[in-house]
Design a protein around this ligand. Structure first.
Ligand SMILES: [Fe+2]
Length: 690
């Protein structure tokens, strides 16, 4: 980004709803007496969305009965604040739940700054660190982490402690520039300890929040108004490891589903199989996100410096959807437009991060419809026939506009409930147009799609099960796993990948979350038996702490089920279940059955089905941790740092032991070349994942 004028900077700050502070070229010692009082800033501090000359700073200073309306914020080049380069008054008020956002401009590119907030009496926040981005023509390598899915209600954030430990020990040039948080920063669904005295899977339920206005559904609680959403952000920010991470690096945050609602889409919620309008809750969720996450996101409610000004909406049923699946009901439109989260950020010549919103504009996941239950069977847990997934995704455009009237599942003929409807969209028309334009115009070496949900197909081959094991697979070929992500949004994913190919766009890399698992692979529209033509590389990071599929299966998968060896199998000498589902996804059913028989992993891998997952180099449905990206002018590397199941907070300085560290590298490819990925386990054991 080129240097901007003070005037443009002030306009930007106003549009973002932030107080502005303009850096000066003279450095001066701090004019404030500061003494640390972390108790007055119980949610800590944060910085977000840096560019090459500015960054957003954040804190919360609850009133506690005093009448402070402003804090002093200072930004310095040194930790002792002898070289202060910018200062401003930050407005705090009850209307923004005592949070504040300050956009500091006039900073130098690619450097570390220190910042702190101080009240009129000299009571200060902790000292904190942030980092600006390099300028657009700066060739230097970029390093960042991407994470998702932290659950403070059910786990510990040891991954952040490990991240801090490794960064502190790294050489200056190897340190991280920022943390990309791809959603489920909070889980709005909360269990109170008494709701589940037995805990959840391996987890102890923590008493983190009591919603003042919440709603209880089955045995959990959800927020209903902005004060509830604010309360859950506060509860999460009291986690010491998350708070330390926010004080060390700038965060770039995008919401996924749980920032609003578990099965939410647009402004609708779904609980107990019923879709209900929730426009007021969507606005409340957006308001709390705006207040608690310093991000360059736009609210259309006007140029307020310090408040969100929620638009007035009511909860009205949404019944009419346009050709792009967008609910036309006025309150729905107002609610989803009350905050625009999609945006692009640039780090030097080599990195442009294009971040999209997968929840606010998406059409209904067709596999979430009651009619789709006809394709689920207790005999084949998790498996959904791939051909049915394709038919329901495409709707009326299937087979060039000739969708079948019904779909076979064994002896059943299930009506095609999607045959008259438009294809599924996750981005929505307006955002997709913006996204494709950004991809096309980007001058960065690597166009990194910051996508909260995964894009890699998650596939198994039950058609290859031996006939005597269970009844015949009712599908006609491969099985997909239902997840509502881009792994089954074939039409829209294909449109994006075709665009990448047709425009000769190279360096297309996707980083994603949501799946609570590590994945490394190639971005391809089709898999065998169709033609397999990758156009990019794609990664998924495991959860920081939320439970994943392997943990769930260890608890709930029936012990006597004939397909248990495919998910949590045990070899003859294994004392406990193993994550064989990783092998299922990568190599197929024959490998899993061989492992259960012999316990010999090489023998098992030798039976790999080459047509199943040529797009996957690594999959771990049981991992937790974080992913480090290292980008240079000719290479992209994703490193998965996997920690043990984070049941309790580690008291070790390094956050506890590692299970493994794996690296996945691609060389930059030319516009007519096919991307390739090389994987390597550099530490520990990930034997079922490769
Ligand atoms: Fe999640």
């Amino acid at each position: 980004m080129a240097p901007i004028s003070r005037k443009v900077f002030i306009q930007t700050a106003i549009a973002l709803g932030a107080t502005a502070a303009w850096g000066h070229s003279l450095t001066l010692p701090s004019a404030f007496s500061w003494r640390e009082r972390r108790d007055l800033y119980p949610e800590g501090v944060a910085s977000g969305d840096p560019d090459s000359n500015s960054v957003l700073l954040w804190t919360r200073y609850p009133s506690n009965g005093h009448a402070a309306k402003k804090l002093n914020v200072e930004v310095a080049e040194d930790e002792s604040f002898h070289q202060v380069v910018a200062s401003a008054k930050a407005v705090i008020s009850e209307a923004s739940d005592w949070t504040c956002r300050v956009l500091v401009g006039g900073l130098k590119p690619a450097r570390v700054y220190w910042y702190r907030f101080t009240d009129a009496k000299g009571n200060g926040s902790r000292l904190s660190r942030t980092i600006t981005a390099p300028t657009d023509n700066d060739e230097r390598p970029i390093r960042f982490v991407f994470v998702s899915c932290q659950n403070v209600n059910q786990g510990a954030q040891n991954a952040y402690r490990r991240m801090i430990f490794e960064d502190e020990g790294a050489a200056e040039l190897d340190r991280l520039g920022f943390i990309l948080h791809l959603g489920d920063f909070i889980y709005e669904i909360v269990w109170y300890p008494e709701d589940r005295p037995q805990g959840m899977y391996d987890r102890r339920i923590r008493d983190i929040v009591r919603y003042q206005h919440g709603e209880k559904i089955e045995d959990f609680h959800i927020p209903t108004v902005v004060d509830d959403y604010r309360a859950i952000y506060r509860a999460y920010l009291h986690d010491p490891d998350l708070q330390d991470a926010r004080a060390r690096w700038p965060f770039v945050c995008m919401w996924d589903n749980h920032e609003f609602s578990w099965l939410g889409w647009q402004s609708l919620q779904k609980f107990q199989g019923t879709t209900r309008p929730a426009q007021t809750r969507k606005v409340a969720a957006n308001q709390a996100f705006f207040e608690y996450q310093p991000a360059r996101i736009f609210k259309p409610s006007g140029p307020s410096l310090d408040q969100f000004h929620p638009p007035r909406v009511v909860d009205q049923p949404v019944t009419h959807f346009d050709d792009h699946g967008l609910g036309q009901e006025t309150n729905n439109m107002t609610a989803i437009r009350s905050l625009r989260g999609y945006r692009a950020l640039r780090w030097g010549r080599n990195t442009e991060l294009i971040i999209t919103d997968q929840r606010s504009y998406r059409s209904e996941d067709p596999t979430d419809r009651a009619e789709a239950n006809a394709f689920s069977s207790k005999d084949f847990p998790e498996f959904f026939p791939e051909e049915a997934l394709e038919i329901f995704d495409a709707g009326r455009v299937y087979d060039q506009g000739h969708p079948p009237v019904s779909v076979h599942y064994g002896d059943n003929n299930v009506p095609n409930f999607r045959k008259d409807q438009p294809p599924q969209t996750i981005l929505g028309a307006e955002q997709k147009a913006w996204f494709l334009e950004k991809l096309l115009r980007s001058k960065a070496t690597w166009k990194i799609w910051g996508n909260t949900i995964a894009t890699l197909d998650m596939r198994a081959d039950p058609q290859n099960l031996p006939p005597d094991l269970t009844r015949p697979w009712p599908g006609s070929g491969f099985a997909g796993f239902v997840g509502g992500d881009f792994g089954t949004a074939y039409v829209e994913r294909g449109e994006i990948y075709d665009f990448v190919r047709d425009n000769g766009i190279t360096g297309f890399a996707t980083v994603a979350g949501d799946r609570h698992s590590f994945w490394a692979g190639l971005a391809a529209k089709f898999l065998p038996p169709k033609s397999f033509e990758p156009v990019g590389i794609a990664f998924v990071t495991a959860s920081i702490s939320a439970p994943g599929m392997v943990e769930a299966f260890e608890h709930v998968f029936p012990k006597d089920h004939p397909l248990r060896p495919l998910f949590v199998g045990q070899g003859p000498s294994d004392a406990r279940p193993q994550p064989t589902v990783n092998m299922l996804l990568r190599h197929g059913v024959k490998s899993c059955l061989e492992y259960a028989k012999s316990g010999d992993i090489s023998k098992a891998r030798a039976l790999s089905n080459p047509d199943l997952s040529p797009h996957v180099s690594f999959a771990d449905m049981g991992g937790h941790g974080y992913s480090v990206v290292r980008v240079t002018s000719d290479s992209f590397e994703a490193e998965f740092v996997c920690i043990p199941r984070p049941l309790e907070r580690s008291n070790r300085a390094d956050g506890g032991p590692l299970l493994y560290r794996s690296k996945h590298r691609a060389k930059l490819w030319g516009s007519r070349e096919t991307p390739r990925l090389e994987s390597q386990i550099v530490e520990g054991d990930a034997r079922f994942s490769v």
